[in-house]
Design a protein. Structure first.
Length: 227
């Protein structure tokens, strides 16, 4: 999703099981490889739990819609418990609706980076499609460095660029420039996660959010609306 030395230690990514791959092939046909790649975005991080169960739940909830798979994988990365909850049944055997039920959607301002972390290094990390773990590309990067790395990426598939202090305190820009995906901003402060209400309209917006977080100037908290 770090250890005190600020080096993010990863385990091997949890692959999609052969049983689920067979199910995916039946449901998605020529898009099967793409669906497997998307699913494996959940299972790359040490903190991802119940990976096979979550993969299975995502497939059931998506009902053959690849865009829904993407949405559910992103939600699982925020809080996998939402995915599993959506598959529970009430006493009459009826499944609950699929609202955003656990995360308050009202606008809010995230808390600032904790004082104890104000002097810690911030790592710039990139996670590309089909890669097992993020690559550290800079430490305490300038705006120019962030821009260089962001614009060097193709952004033709789901991509993550993260400014990270530790596993509970980070900000990322993610998504792709494909209209069916779009871009997204997300941050975590002391483990509480927030998502931008409006999707970033350009890579420049992602660069500015990341740079503000690195500067710790607070603009990342107030210049956009978070939920």
């Amino acid at each position: 999703m770090t250890i005190p030395t600020l080096i993010l230690k990863k385990g091997d990514p949890m692959p999609v099981s052969d049983e689920l791959k067979a199910q995916i092939h039946t449901q998605y046909g020529d898009q099967s490889d793409k669906v497997v790649q998307i699913l494996e975005y959940y299972g790359k991080e040490d903190m991802h739990q119940e990976v096979e169960r979550v993969h299975s739940a995502i497939l059931e909830l998506a009902s053959g819609d690849i865009n829904r798979v993407k949405e559910l994988v992103l939600e699982a990365r925020r809080d996998y418990r939402n995915i599993l909850y959506w598959l529970t049944f009430d006493s009459d055997g009826n499944p609950p609706p699929l609202p955003d039920f656990t995360r308050d959607q009202s606008p809010k301002i995230p808390p600032d980076i904790p004082d104890r972390l104000q002097s810690h290094d911030i790592l710039l990390k990139i996670l590309l499609p089909a890669t097992a773990e993020p690559q550290i590309v800079a430490t305490n990067p300038s705006r120019e460095e962030i821009r260089k790395h962001v614009y060097a990426l193709k952004w033709n598939d789901i991509t993550f660029v993260t400014a990270e202090i530790d596993q509970d305190n980070w900000l990322d820009g993610s998504g792709s420039l494909n209209p069916e995906d779009g871009l997204s901003g997300m941050c975590s402060i002391e483990g509480a996660q927030y998502v931008t209400e409006q999707a970033p309209e350009s890579l420049d917006e992602i660069v500015e959010l990341l740079h503000s977080f690195v500067l710790r100037n607070g603009a990342w908290r107030t210049d956009v609306v978070w939920t």
